[in-house]
Design a protein around this ligand. Sequence first.
Ligand code: GDG
Length: 484
Amino acid sequence: MGGSVLARLVIVSNRVATPKERAAKAGGLAVALREALNKRGGLWFGWSGETEVDPPAAPKLTKSGRVSYALLTLDPEEQRAHYAGYANGTLWPLCHYRLGALSFRRSDWEAYRRVNAAFAAALMPLLKADDIVWVHDYHFIPLGTELRALGFEGRIGYFHHIPWPTPEVFYSLPSHAALVRDLSHYDLVGLQTEHDVRALLTYVSAEAKGWIGPGGVVGMQGRRFRVVAYPIGIDVDTFARDATAAELSEDTRRLHASLAGRTLAIGVDRLDYSKGLPNKFSAFENLLERYPEHRSEVTMMQIAPVSRGEVAEYRALRRELEESAGAINGRYAEFDWVPLRYLNKPFPRPTLAAIYRAARLGLVTPLRDGMNLVAKEYVAAQDPKDPGVLVLSRFAGAADELSGALIVNPYDVEGMAEAFDLALRMPREERIARWTENMDKVKACTIHDWCDGFLADLAKSELVASDDEPRHVHHPAARRRSVN
Ligand code: GDG
């Protein structure tokens, strides 16, 4: 496009997918963001993945094609308190409705703010007045506030990849008011689902005494911003192509040889307590117990790459799952069949695509999930003439769209086992009908639509932030008393 008028894009995320990361390893999100940066020319800014006592205040700069990278190194104790402490010890459990796992320390909260201030100070000298800044995820909620304090007046958007909790849950966070005030410094706040938008807007009107206008416009404490749902998607075409190509791959040959004609059920989740893995294992055990006809006939494979091993809850979960997998296999394995294959390492994306396609069941049963891309990848990878069945938790954001899935409550282990049984017996015609319904939804909102949709709305947002109340505003009738 000659003489492009697109403003430069600046993406901020905790981890940055630098060009060194091979395409097969980079996730769909990383690929889409890189594409958006390439299109407009841009800067990707984030943590270097390294720590150092007395780190330099300025980021390390590199460039590849039209994209520059700026990576900041952090002090080890600051990084721990920011990442393992407040981001993953407080915000992650809070947003996943796991109040029992929530720990809050003022020192972590203060470090979280200091690290955000340090990131803003390092980014500010690199910004031009008409840049569009897109901040990703809960590690950086205060970044907009800090950039505004340093005088940046351009457009800043924020996308929250994980669920936004309902007010009663959100009130458990001692710093709830400050976090929502932080959101109000963005021009556009993107959430995964309408449910998340309602949760945040209810809080804004009830607790922050804001007003809500048409199109998700919010006025609050002297500022105006928009809150809109942008359900994230996947790169459908690439995934479907990889999965089709995989039919003839060596991976697929080895997989089928190892299954010896048995049916495969697949789960792919980071080893995270939000993903409901213990309940999924119990449901599979319950299936084998109550439906003996599936014994020796079905093999479940759970790929669960280790994640956040530095946080205590994650180490405890790993031990629990090892014990559970051992118990299931000890009880049901035969000399020629192991019911549960439990793998803690990651696989290249084409291998994942091959495994999804070979699996008659896709088991996606998180206790709570912002969207869950695995559900969409599983759908995209199926053979249209003989597709598998997606079993999906009602608490995944994807359940709003994928109405062709068998929707389950992951707390109901017996109910899940019944759904697994139903899926295993489902006739081809019904599988095709359900898959077609799901595939239409997956195609209707790809990762590219998501990226373009958010950026187009951010570019359109008004630059004058004032909370003058427009006509036709919505004031929910029930206002609650202020709670701290
Ligand atoms: C957060 C939110 C939201 C997994 N194992 C391997 C592998 N993966 C890839 C999957 C998928 C991605 O990782 C996981 O995405 P999810 O969406 O399932 O979950 P989170 O990591 O928790 O992501 C979530 C998402 O952000 C996007 O907004 O949907 O709700 O929690 O793409 O395929 N990739 C490879 N090897 C593996 O072993 N290559």
